[in-house]
Design a protein around this ligand. Structure first.
Ligand SMILES: [Zn+2]
Length: 290
């Protein structure tokens, strides 16, 4: 019985991301400063980052679920910024839990939204016809004002973010890097898009034939990127809930290159394990065509 309940909770744990909308993820938390010019304005697990470019304005990376958008706006105000000064909206992945609030925030701020081409297409469909989730997790459509390509830089005043297209979790999953002054030295913040394949069909997927090659190339790319300040689209990636309790301390708690590489190693191992399992299932089903 005990073994069964453990199995059930494991199944629930792996099924949760597929739903892309665990209510616990959107629990409100106080906004906080990560480092000079960088703040968190998201929820307990779904990150939203506010970047201060000085007099030229603000950038918002991710917006949480649709219902959380007013809270993001309020968090920006709580930190002492005028939400109307948000000029640019960026996104990690055009899934409900990270892009769902963008339409409301765009309406409130008039900011321009920049997305990778594949995720711009997903946004224009309001999250529908997702290669993995189909029409299960739709969200309000925001206006796409520009396309970001790999290595494209987005600058606002003193802040510059660089896009790294790391497809797999979505076809245009975008990881961002940004230089920051931390404890008196220039460091690189890495905002990891997403590395999970929740319930994804990895073998012979007609909706995404290149999925395995894309994931593997993205893992290689992510591991090669500098990661001093370890961040990502979900707080659980970088242990945000624990680190935010130490925000403002020296050394900066978000300085965690070891945690970053451990996360990427574990994520790529999890992916390879899932792939091997699907390959074995596929062989067992006798559907391999030679
Ligand atoms: Zn996602």
């Amino acid at each position: 019985m005990r073994r069964l309940s453990i199995l059930v909770s494991l199944l629930l744990a792996t099924a949760a991301p597929a739903a892309a909308n665990d209510p616990k993820w959107s629990e409100p938390i106080a906004p906080f400063k990560i480092a000079d010019g960088l703040y968190h304005v998201g929820s307990r697990d779904i990150a939203a980052f506010l970047i201060d470019g000085g007099k030229d304005g603000l950038v918002l990376l991710d917006a949480g679920v649709p219902d959380f958008a007013p809270r993001v706006i309020e968090n920006i105000r709580t930190l002492g910024f005028d939400p109307k000064r948000v000029r640019i909206l960026l996104n990690s992945q055009a899934h409900f839990d990270h892009a769902g609030g963008l339409a409301a925030i765009q309406k409130a701020t008039g900011a321009k939204l920049l997305l990778s081409a594949p995720d711009a297409a997903l946004m224009k469909r309001g999250g529908k016809r997702d290669f993995a989730f189909g029409d299960a997790v739709p969200y309000p459509v925001a206006r796409v004002d520009g396309i970001v390509k790999d290595a494209h830089r987005v600058t606002i005043g003193t802040a510059t973010l660089t896009a790294h297209i790391t497809p797999g979790h979505t076809k245009g999953c975008t990881t961002w890097t940004m230089p920051l002054k931390v404890d008196g030295a220039t460091k690189t913040a890495l905002f990891i898009c997403g590395t999970s394949a929740p319930g994804y069909r990895l073998i012979g997927n007609p909706a995404y034939p290149n999925i395995v090659a894309d994931f593997r190339a993205s893992f290689a790319k992510l591991k090669a990127l500098p990661c001093d300040i370890f961040l990502g689209s979900h707080g659980s990636y970088f242990n945000m809930d624990e680190k935010r309790g130490r925000a403002g301390a020296t050394p900066n708690p978000f300085l965690d290159p070891e945690g970053c590489s451990a996360f990427l190693d574990a994520s790529s191992r999890r992916f390879e394990t899932e792939l091997a399992k699907q390959q074995a299932d596929h062989l067992r089903a006798g559907t391999v065509q030679k």
